[in-house]
Write a protein that binds this ligand. Structure first.
Ligand code: CP
Length: 310
């Protein structure tokens, strides 16, 4: 494995292997001295063309805990602001001898394009509305810790699905792990043609959150991405919160064992109420914690594992 661009590129065995390695990586988090020698001498660039808190910080921590040298770049502070092209920029970084670039970019497909240009490993840290594979892997890890084997479990993915890159990665990952999935969104925020997405089958769609909630093992609430809604906002925030928000009333519709996830950042009071976000069954901070372990595992598999090509 050289790159992590899409969950679609991973076999079930590779997903299991990343999640299994993350279990031992998670133990590092509880140590006083959080340092493994695994990636000593390796150089990793975090190249983020969009804002991030969780993904950027956890990839940086993961690299540091594995003794790699990690450097952060954003679009703003580079010569891209002087008109340098993306291709010239990444070829310049690659020529410095880095081992990996972790790329977040607003254009769907940008990390895959960069992987075609450069020699180093590329990790997709979120590209446009396409994919966010490390998020899906950490979500699967978190759900597996809470629910056990995901085979046969039922997960509802709820929210602004049209603008979500977390959706496609999670749908691919959960289906690969044998979970059944229901996508829930207002008709205006259900992606057109989702039923025929390449590589995914065996899921259902619904516009009725109240009907779906009583039969799930987990509900994954996704953020309403107002910054991507240039043509107006429908339904309105108030309508959305009433019809699709995880309100205290809807919280009571969940089975006792069911858990709640949200990849963050959350719009409290819009897609998720404070009561749901802070409930005992909410795994939001468990996801953040798992993010470091799973990203350590990803770095290991791409730069040091048996199948790595580095
Ligand atoms: N979930 C997620 O990608 O969060 P950030 O944008 O903070 O990285």
């Amino acid at each position: 494995m050289k790159h992590l661009l899409s969950i679609a590129d991973l076999t079930r065995e590779e997903i299991d292997s990343i999640l299994d390695t993350a279990v031992s990586m998670h133990e590092v988090q509880d140590r006083d001295v959080k340092k493994l020698p695994t990636l000593r001498g390796r150089t990793i660039i975090n190249f983020f063309f969009e804002d991030s808190t969780r993904t950027r910080a956890s990839f940086e921590i993961a690299g540091k805990w594995m003794s790699a040298d990690t450097i952060n770049l954003t679009g703003k502070g580079t010569s891209i602001s002087k008109g340098e092209s993306l291709r010239d920029t990444v070829l310049t970084i690659d020529a410095m001898g880095v081992d990996m670039m972790i790329v977040r970019h607003p254009a769907s497909g940008a990390p895959a394009q960069i992987a075609d240009w450069v020699d180093c490993s590329i990790v997709n840290a979120g590209d446009g509305t396409h994919e966010h594979p490390s998020q899906a892997l950490l979500d699967a890890y978190t759900l597996r810790r809470a629910l056990g084997d995901l085979d046969g479990r039922h997960v509802a993915i709820v929210g602004d699905l049209t603008h979500s890159r977390v959706l496609r990665s999670n749908l691919l990952c959960l289906r690969a792990l044998g979970a059944s999935v229901t996508l829930v969104a207002p008709p205006t925020l259900m992606p057109a043609g989702v039923a025929s997405w390449a590589g995914v089958d065996g899921f259902e769609t619904s516009y009725d959150l109240d009907e779906v909630l009583p039969r799930v093992d987990a509900v994954m609430m996704l953020r309403v991405q107002r910054e991507r809604m240039s043509g107006g906002y429908f339904p309105t925030a108030r309508e959305y919160a009433v019809t699709y928000g995880l309100t205290p009333r809807r919280l009571a519709l969940l089975p006792d064992h069911a858990v709640i996830t949200h990849p963050g950042p959350m719009n409290r009071g819009l897609e998720i109420s404070a009561e749901a976000a802070d409930a005992a069954r909410s795994l939001v901070l468990d996801q953040v914690s798992a993010g470091v372990a799973v990203r350590m595992s990803i770095l290991y598999h791409l730069l040091a594992g048996e199948g790595s090509t580095q």
